[in-house]
Every structure is written in C-alpha cells, then in structure tokens.
Design a protein around this ligand. Sequence first.
Ligand code: FMN
Length: 168
Amino acid sequence: MDAEAALIERQEQFRYALASLASGVSVVTCVGDSEVDHAMTASAVTSVSLDPPLVLACVSRTARFWEAISSVEHWGVSVLSARAQQHAQWLATPGRPLAGQLDRVPHRRSTRGYALLDESLAWLECTTSEVVRAGDHDIFIGSVDCATRSEANDPLLYWRREYYALEK
Ligand SMILES: Cc1cc2nc3c(=O)[nH]c(=O)nc-3n(C[C@H](O)[C@H](O)[C@H](O)COP(=O)(O)O)c2cc1C
C-alpha cells in the first residue's frame, strides 16, 4: 500500500471509530457582510468553562461557515430538537445556496442580529474569545453572553451517521 492509500485508510478508521461518539446536534449561526445569514450544522459544540462561561465550536477550515465565523465577533448556537432534523440535514448540505438558506427554517433574531432556530432546546449567544488552530479545523471558543432554555425536551441525536430521537 502506498503512503497516500495508507493515510486514507487511517482517516477512514478514524471517522469510523469516532462515529460511535453519540452527540447532540446544534446549528451555529452568524450574520455576515450585507446581512447574509450563515448557518452550519455542528456536533462538535461543547461546554468548556463555567466561570467564565465558555463554549467551543470546532469548524472545518474548508467549510464556508469558517470564513463567516472568522470574520465576526458574535455568533449563536441553537441546540436542536428532534423536530429540527430536516433543518439539520439541510444546513449540513454542501453547496446549498447561502442566500435564503433560512427561508424555510423557522427562526428569530438575537439582539446581535443572527438567527436562532425555533425548534431548539436551548440557545447560546456567544462572543469569540479565542480561536485555536487544530489540524484542519479551528476551535472557536465563545464567551457566553446569554444562555436560555426552551420548554422542549426532545433532543436531536447523531450516532454512526444517523439521526435519532431520545426514547426513555
Ligand atoms: C450531524 C452533523 C454534525 C456536523 N458537525 C460538524 C462540526 O462540528 N463542525 C464542522 O465543521 N462540520 C460539521 N458538520 C459538517 C457541516 O455541517 C457541513 O460540512 C456543511 O455543509 C458546511 O457547510 P458550509 O460549507 O456551507 O459552511 C456536521 C455535519 C453533520 C451532518
């Protein structure tokens, strides 16, 4: 096996193993120049610190969202309800048109102007405090200006490349 084939196999093994890590699903949002809405489905969103309140979002440097979040200070996280599965799928679709991408995704505006999705369990309003380069992703550490929870209690989960709803 040549070096390139070995690298691809290692990457596949990495992906295959890490797909076992069940996660919640969020949509990270910001608003760019000319008031364009940017949004990306993300499972790599994690709580980091309580005092001060910090969260992180890992964003691929090849995602269009990376350019958007890199050029703003403020961004939001909507922690999705299982009812938002279609929206998660849509906002993870490579090459979807950016203009109007939230037209069929019910949302409201944060005080900073970016979208927060209605079908969510919680919302975080963040200001970038640090960006850490990590391989082909950047880790955006956000200071949480406001954290709120909805009445919904039906998280959207992702495991081994499929969506699930929680059953008790
Ligand atoms: C369930 C799920 C979770 C994802 N989590 C992340 C993530 O944490 N970070 C990331 O950069 N991409 C993640 N992606 C991939 C992006 O959503 C996808 O590449 C998207 O098309 C990027 O859009 P953009 O290029 O328009 O910004 C995830 C995809 C899915 C389906």
